[in-house]
Design a protein around this ligand. Structure first.
Ligand code: HEM
Length: 418
């Protein structure tokens, strides 16, 4: 393939949901692009044109320069028709943390910041341990075979975040439906009765609106000390939050908190099914669990991109970008950058610099929940390593189809306990 062919193919691989269902191919093509054309100019019908950044250094430099590069309301790639359809249907223009910039973003983030600081997250360890016990028991009950992604990773990570949120367990199926509607709308498995992914998205957004309006009313009358109460009564910059801003706050924390971590965990276990010596390494040296979590998140990189927009004429590694130009930050590609990670396409729980991962972004928008995600993955993998004697595939793994947040959605496996 010529360099031009590779760049053209790479462009489609960033944008089209179905291209995310085969990650070995994805990494092979994007790896080639990263080495030959690290800044890929992408023009695809129906989408705004953008430059895709594939190298670690470029992704991190843009992430950290929050003056030159803004997130804006279109910080997630969306077909123009879908965007117009969303606004036309009356869904308010997004204004969650990832869509805000400057002082507005700083003040908004301050509302929940304390909840996500390392010390606050450490206090949750006991609860994460208890939920890990519960899901290890579920693995026992399932009798040695399960779909690890659907039966364990997804409900475990959902329970952890809903637990801090203060959402009752009985509402979890609804929350799952809503997250899949917003993040995985293009996956045929989640489309259901809807005619288009845009319709799935709009339906999910409306359900969220009424669900969280009721929560706000409740927590404003009777704050309970949970995260939902903090958001319901939050005052960014000393002023009460507007209804739309509050709605998007709930949405970002509820959705960003579980599909991401769930795909990290299921993808890490998928890698261990390919190479069970990795799980044995954590069993033999339990202190490796923390590094195994870093490697798992590097390897899976479940957030596939965020967009940034140039606030002025600028350049990235010699490529001129005019004011208003869009850049796509490819975290999965940055995490396989061979100039940072030696032998990047090997999953290695002993990797010496796995904690340099790009998967949580950088700069002002650095993932608010990274400490939670790390703790959840570390705790669960650590326990699996101690309790499971053997693991093996019980069928092919399946990846979800989404260009925004995606990963292993089905992982049939067999296992035995000690
Ligand atoms: C493995 C799991 C996770 C991954 C890979 C991940 C990744 C990311 C990335 C790439 C960003 C954008 C960073 C940037 O623009 O520089 C982000 C932002 C964010 N994440 Fe996560 N995340 C994960 C888990 C979580 C969890 C568990 C929570 C909440 C409990 C969470 C909440 C957020 C929020 C609220 C933001 C927006 C921060 C802002 O814009 O200021 N994430 N995450």
């Amino acid at each position: 393939m010529t360099t031009t062919d590779t760049a053209e193919l790479a462009g489609r691989l960033f944008v089209l949901p179905e291209e995310w269902a085969d990650m070995d191919r994805w990494h092979a093509v994007i790896g080639e692009a990263r080495r030959s054309t690290p800044i890929v100019s992408v023009s695809i019908d129906g989408f705004q044109p953008f430059w895709a950044l594939t190298r670690y250094a470029d992704v991190m430099a843009v992430s950290r320069d929050n003056d030159t590069w803004h997130n804006t309301t279109r910080s997630v790639l969306m077909a123009n028709a879908e965007w117009d359809g969303m606004l036309g249907a009356g869904v308010p223009e997004p204004m969650s943390l990832v869509h805000l910039d400057g002082v507005e973003h700083r003040d908004d983030r301050q509302v929940t910041n304390d909840w996500f600081k390392p010390a606050a997250v450490r206090h949750r360890q006991e609860r994460i341990d208890a939920l890990t016990d519960m899901f290890m028991a579920k693995m026992r009950d399932l009798g040695g075979e399960c779909d690890f992604a659907r039966d364990i990773a997804q409900p475990f990570t959902l329970r952890v975040i809903m637990d801090i949120y203060g959402v009752p367990e009985s509402d979890e199926p609804l929350m799952l439906e809503l997250t899949q509607g917003l993040f995985g709308a293009a996956d045929p498995e989640f489309i259901g009765e809807a005619a288009t992914p845009a319709e799935v998205f709009v339906n999910a957004a409306f359900k969220f609106m009424s669900y969280f309006a009721a929560i706000t009313e409740d927590r404003q009358k009777c704050p309970t000390g949970d995260l939902a109460s903090v958001i319901a009564n939050g005052q960014p910059g000393g002023c009460p939050m507007g209804d739309i801003q509050r709605l998007w706050y709930y949405i970002i924390v509820a959705t960003a908190g579980h599909d991401t971590t769930s795909f990290a965990l299921s993808g890490g276990v998928e890698a261990m099914l390919r190479d069970p010596s990795q799980l044995r390494a954590v069993r033999d040296d339990p202190s490796l669990a923390a590094n195994a979590a870093e490697e798992t998140i590097r390897w899976t990189s479940p957030v596939r991109h965020f967009m940034r927009y140039a606030t002025r004429d600028t350049e990235i590694a010699g490529t001129a970008i005019p004011a208003g130009g869009a850049a796509l930050l490819s975290y999965p590609s940055a995490n396989r950058d061979e100039t940072v990670f030696e032998d990047p396409d090997t999953f290695d729980v002993r990797r010496h610099n796995a904690d340099r991962l790009a998967a949580f972004g950088g700069g002002a928008h650095f993932c608010l929940g990274s400490q939670f995600a790390r703790r959840e993955v570390r705790t669960f993998l650590g326990r699996m390593a101690q309790e499971l004697a053997d693991i093996e595939p019980a069928g092919p793994a399946e990846w979800s189809q989404s260009a925004f947040v995606s990963g292993v959605k089905h992982l049939p496996m067999r296992y035995s306990f000690y």
